[in-house]
Design a protein around this ligand. Structure first.
Ligand code: FES
Length: 86
């Protein structure tokens, strides 16, 4: 069950999340599947879910982080990034 009082911002849009959800899980449930530049020729997305592929890299309060490993928290500012380099 989602509590609408818990939300973070993704590119300025409020995304509700449940306790113990990652950013990627909440975005997926909200129907957001394009997370940014991704790696090489692929688009950023929720793929492996375990921090291996780096496909879900987003900016979280200005720091690049894997959305699949980062717990959602109230007030986070999450943004798509234009490019990802390892
Ligand atoms: S989905 Fe692969 S690192 Fe996050």
């Amino acid at each position: 069950m989602t509590s609408t009082s818990q939300a973070f911002l993704f590119d300025g849009k409020a995304i509700p999340f449940d306790s113990n959800e990652t950013i990627a899980m909440a975005l997926d449930r909200a129907g957001i599947r394009t997370l940014g530049a991704g790696q090489g020729n692929s688009t950023g997305r929720y793929f492996c879910g375990i921090g291996t592929c780096q496909a879900c890299t987003v900016s979280v309060d200005g720091t690049r982080m894997e959305a699949c490993l980062t717990p959602a928290r109230i007030g986070l500012q999450v943004e798509r990034i234009a490019s990802v380099s390892l």
